[in-house]
Ligand binder design. Structure first.
Ligand SMILES: Nc1ncnc2c1ncn2[C@@H]1O[C@H](COP(=O)(O)OP(=O)(O)OP(=O)(O)O)[C@@H](O)[C@H]1O
Length: 304
């Protein structure tokens, strides 16, 4: 059984269709990234899955349950980190965790939750004195208090410094290794690429690209970039150049290693150096740029 099933989900807000027929499934223990620019419909989808909003049409199931009809069961087995957390500013971090523990059956011990979120040293600090990134970490500690089977993370690392972000990635990976299913929304494409095994890109309430992360990226053109040697024009190179950014020529090719070999051989024969040579397979950022460029706008991109 899939941990999350979304089939033909439609959801409007006051006549505005935020989600217009979205379907995807997430297997148990998988990390799934729901991506897309602002207003694409990601949070609305997550909120329907969490039972905060009712679907207008289509079906959603979490652990085989209906998030609205089986609300109590779903709440007991899921954790959620929304974009805006409602904390009591005058409670300390420890008091906040304790207050939440009262609502959860068999919660993690407070120390374990704080340790997991990297907040042990802040236990006595009032919530109002926490930095933005620390508040996100407190939110993470609360989201995992009930040892959820399914964890919804809506932009979990916004405002975190690089170290806290890395740490959060480790936490997510560790939870997934232990069988927790994670649905992640993020604008940090590197984050999605590093964490998620599967993904869907939404735009204007629809899915415009989806699939396994590795397979989807492997199927796309990679990138070879280098500084154009003096006196060489893009047309004189053995590999077609997609764009020139300043002095940097960028080639988009199916096999970037092969293209780099051809370029190096060509340069060697002429006694030229290819300064700043970068060779890499496609990234999620390339996918986004391709989707945007391919149709003039993400909104018009076709689902594969
Ligand atoms: N309660 C609401 N009332 C009216 N419109 C809403 C409501 N909630 C969301 N919307 C609209 O629905 C669309 C989708 O919003 P949603 O928050 O799901 O997008 P998102 O992909 O999560 O965006 P972001 O990346 O900015 O968080 C947006 O145009 C938003 O303005």
């Amino acid at each position: 059984m899939a941990a999350i099933e979304v089939d033909g989900l439609v959801k409007s807000h006051k006549g505005f269709e935020a989600v217009g027929g979205v379907s995807f499934t997430v297997g148990e223990g998988e990390v799934f990234a729901l991506l897309g620019r602002n207003g694409a419909g990601k949070t609305t989808t997550v909120e329907v899955l969490a039972g905060f909003q009712r679907a207008d049409a289509g079906t959603v199931r979490v652990l085989g349950l209906d998030p609205v009809k089986d609300r109590a069961q779903v709440r007991g087995r899921t954790g959620i980190m929304l974009q805006e957390a409602g904390f009591f500013p005058d409670l300390t971090v420890a008091q906040t965790v304790d207050a939440w523990r009262d609502f959860v059956s068999a919660p993690r011990p407070r120390g374990e939750a704080l340790e997991l979120a990297g907040l042990t040293a802040k236990a006595g600090t009032k919530v109002r004195q926490l930095s933005g990134g620390e508040k996100r970490r407190l939110d993470l500690a609360l989201a995992v208090l009930n040892r959820p089977d399914v964890l919804f993370l809506d932009e979990p690392t916004t405002g975190m410094d690089p170290e806290a972000r890395q740490r959060t990635w480790e936490v997510v990976r560790d939870l997934a290794r232990r069988g927790t299913t994670v649905l992640l929304t993020t604008h940090y494409l590197e984050e999605a690429q590093r964490l998620a095994s599967d993904m869907a890109v939404m735009d204007s309430g629809r899915i415009v690209a989806s699939g396994g992360m590795a397979e989807t990226l492997a199927a796309r053109a990679g990138r070879v970039a280098f500084e154009l040697p003096d006196g060489v024009s893009p047309g004189g190179l053995p590999v077609p150049v997609a764009s020139v950014e300043g002095r940097t020529a960028v080639c988009r090719v199916a096999d970037p290693d092969l293209a780099a070999q051809a370029l190096l051989g060509w340069a060697g024969e002429r006694g030229l150096r290819l300064r700043g040579l970068e060779v890499r397979t496609a990234t999620l950022e390339d996918l986004f740029l391709d989707l945007a460029a391919g149709e003039g706008a993400l909104a018009k991109a076709e689902a594969p």
